[in-house]
Design a protein around this ligand. Structure first.
Ligand code: TMP
Length: 209
């Protein structure tokens, strides 16, 4: 069987890390040793770009610069990790991908969607996820969970944003899901963990069927 490409998306605090862990184990239980990776990042070069774009620095980062860095990291990740794995028949499970750029840089920062679409087409025309799992919860719920988890750790450039920013991010994610229902499966992440995991597992099993 050829490898499938699965991505996991959502705003901060919706349980993506737990979801990734669950999905990896679920696939393993089905005999699939998926490559798990993340964006921005996933290769040494892309992780170096991640540090630039996520960590807060002295200088203001224009939204255009942020958008281009997301796609620069993605180009390295695709060439050096994702495409080779899929080409070898391996499944790939990725924590965030281009939907996050439409949501964060498009919705959050106001970069026009058609600009992002042009970069999307340039960097990975013809290679989109087979399945995207969107963990969705009200922004207040996600942010409360994220701040509990954050403890005393310094917040990154995105975590410093206000609720309105994440409302715009969430709205774009939900728009994408409405526009592409065959690819994007919305999972209500406000429910108890066992129910969220049952929904994640069912979506993956449909892909296997
Ligand atoms: P993470 O905390 O889920 O690993 O992601 C790091 C941050 O990067 C997160 O706040 C969302 C942001 N991000 C974007 O703004 N655009 C993108 O395209 C991606 C992949 C992530």
């Amino acid at each position: 069987m050829t490898g499938k490409f699965i991505t996991l998306e959502g705003i901060e605090g919706v349980g993506k890390s737990t979801g990734m862990d669950f999905l990896r184990r679920r696939l393993q239980a089905r005999g699939i040793d998926a490559l798990t990776t993340r964006e921005p990042g996933g290769t040494p070069l892309a992780e170096a770009i991640r540090s630039l774009v996520v960590e807060a620095g002295e200088e203001t980062m224009p939204a255009l610069c942020e958008t281009l860095l997301m796609f620069a990291a993605r180009a390295a990740h695709l060439a050096n990790r994702i495409r080779p794995a899929l080409g070898a028949g391996r499944w790939v499970l990725c924590d965030r991908f281009s939907d996050a750029t439409y949501a964060y840089q498009g919705g959050g920062r106001g970069i026009p969607a058609e600009r992002i679409r042009a970069l999307h087409d340039w960097v990975h025309a013809g290679l989109d996820p087979d399945l995207t799992l969107l963990l969705d919860a009200p922004v207040a719920v996600g942010l409360a969970r994220a701040s509990e988890r954050g403890g005393n750790r310094a917040s990154d450039r995105f975590e410093r944003e206000r609720q309105e920013f994440f409302e715009r991010v969430r709205a774009v994610y939900l728009d994408i899901a409405r526009a592409e229902p065959a690819r994007v499966c919305v999972i209500d992440a406000g429910r108890p963990q066992p129910e969220v995991q049952a929904a994640l597992g069912a979506a993956v099993d449909r892909l296997l069927a």
